[in-house]
Write a protein that binds this ligand. Structure first.
Ligand SMILES: NC(=O)C1=CN([C@@H]2O[C@H](COP(=O)(O)OP(=O)(O)OC[C@H]3O[C@@H](n4cnc5c(N)ncnc54)[C@H](O)[C@@H]3O)[C@@H](O)[C@H]2O)C=CC1
Ligand SMILES: O=C(O)[C@@H]1CCC=N1
Length: 269
C-alpha cells in the first residue's frame, strides 16, 4: 500500500475519517489525494494534513486506487465524469457508498474495471474502524490486498461472501457508531436528570462505552458472559436489564437495523 497513490473523490465526513486515520498510521501525505466540489473542505485538508488536493481530473491522473466517498445520490454523475479521467488502466475503484451495487458502479465506470464495494465507519479516524468488503470478479489478488490493506490500516476489515451482506454491514457497523453515540447521550441525559454534574455524567458515560467495548474486544468470553459478570443476582444491573427487556430492547435494536438495511436497498434504486 505504501508505494500506491490513493485518491478520494468526496472529502466529507467519512473521507476525512479515512484520510486522517491513514495519516495517523504513517501513510505519507504525498500519497494521499482528494477532490471535492467544496473547496473549503479541500483547503482544510491541505492545511491541516498536508495531503494533495485538486479536481477530479488531477487526482484521477495519478491514482492507483480511487475511493469514491460521495453520497449515493450523486454517485452516477460522479462516476460518469470520472470514467474517462482514470489514467492507469489497472486502477482499483473502491466505493464506500451505502446501497450502490457493484453492477451499477461497473455500468458507470466500465465493465472491465476492478471494483471493491465496502462499508467502513467513522471510528476509522482513531484506528478503531470496522469495514466489510466485497470485490467484483475483475479484482485480482493485488487489488484485494490493496483494498484490505487500506481498510486494515484504520481498523479491522472483513471480506464478505455475498454482496448483499454489505447492506447488513451498513446496518451493523456502518451506521452502528451512531447507535452507540445515542446510547452515550441517553445515559448522560438520564444521569444529569438524576442530579449528576453534566461534565461528570459525560465523562463517565463515554468511559463506560469505551471500557465495555475494550473489554469485549480483549476478552475470550462472549459479550453475554461479560454481561452476566456485571449482573449480580438481586442487584442493580438486573433491575436495569429487566426494564430494558420489558420495553422490548432487542426488538427495538433489530427493527432499527432492519430500517437501515431497508434504506440501503432503497438507495440502490
Ligand atoms: N458518514 C459515515 O459514517 C459513513 C458514510 N459512508 C458513505 O460515505 C459516503 C459519503 O458520506 P459522508 O462522508 O457522510 O458525506 P458528506 O456529505 O460528509 O461527504 C460527501 C462529500 O462529497 C462531496 N461531493 C458532492 N458532489 C461531488 C462531486 N461531484 N465531486 C466531488 N465531491 C463531491 C461533497 O461536497 C461532500 O464533501 C456516502 O456514500 C455514505 O453512504 C459509509 C460509511 C459510513
Ligand atoms: O447514514 C448513512 O447513510 C451512512 C452510511 C452508513 C453510515 N452513514
Amino acid at each position: 500500500m505504501n508505494n500506491r497513490q490513493i485518491a478520494f473523490i468526496g472529502a466529507g465526513n467519512m473521507a476525512n475519517s479515512l484520510i486522517r486515520g491513514l495519516l495517523a498510521k504513517d501513510v505519507a501525505a504525498s500519497h494521499i489525494h482528494a477532490s471535492d466540489i467544496d473547496s473549503d473542505k479541500l483547503q482544510s485538508l491541505q492545511t491541516e494534513c498536508g495531503i494533495q488536493t485538486g479536481d477530479t481530473a488531477a487526482v484521477a491522473a495519478v491514482a492507483d486506487v480511487i475511493i469514491l466517498a460521495v453520497k449515493p445520490q450523486v454517485m452516477a454523475q460522479v462516476c460518469a465524469a470520472l470514467k474517462p479521467l482514470i489514467a492507469k488502466p489497472d486502477c482499483l475503484v473502491i466505493s464506500i457508498a451505502a446501497g450502490i451495487p457493484v453492477a451499477s458502479l461497473a455500468q458507470w465506470l466500465g465493465e472491465e474495471r476492478a471494483i471493491v464495494r465496502c462499508m467502513p465507519n467513522t471510528p476509522s479516524l482513531v484506528g478503531a474502524g470496522a469495514t466489510g468488503l466485497y470485490a467484483n470478479a475483475n479484482c485480482n489478488d493485488d487489488h484485494k490486498t490493496l483494498a484490505g490493506a487500506i481498510m486494515s490500516a484504520v481498523g479491522i476489515a472483513c471480506w464478505l461472501q455475498a454482496e448483499k451482506d454489505i447492506d447488513t454491514v451498513t446496518a451493523l457497523s456502518g451506521s452502528g457508531p451512531a447507535y452507540y453515540f445515542l446510547m452515550i447521550e441517553a445515559m448522560e441525559k438520564a444521569a444529569v436528570a438524576m442530579g449528576l454534574a453534566p461534565d461528570v455524567a459525560r465523562q463517565l458515560s463515554i468511559q463506560t462505552a469505551l471500557g465495555a467495548g475494550k473489554l469485549a474486544a480483549a476478552s475470550d468470553v462472549a459479550p453475554d458472559e461479560l454481561r452476566r459478570r456485571v449482573t449480580s443476582p438481586g442487584g442493580t444491573t438486573e433491575q436495569a436489564l429487566l426494564s430494558f427487556a420489558n420495553q422490548g430492547f432487542e426488538s427495538t435494536v433489530a427493527n432499527a437495523m432492519l430500517a437501515a438495511q431497508h434504506r440501503a436497498a432503497e438507495l440502490a434504486k
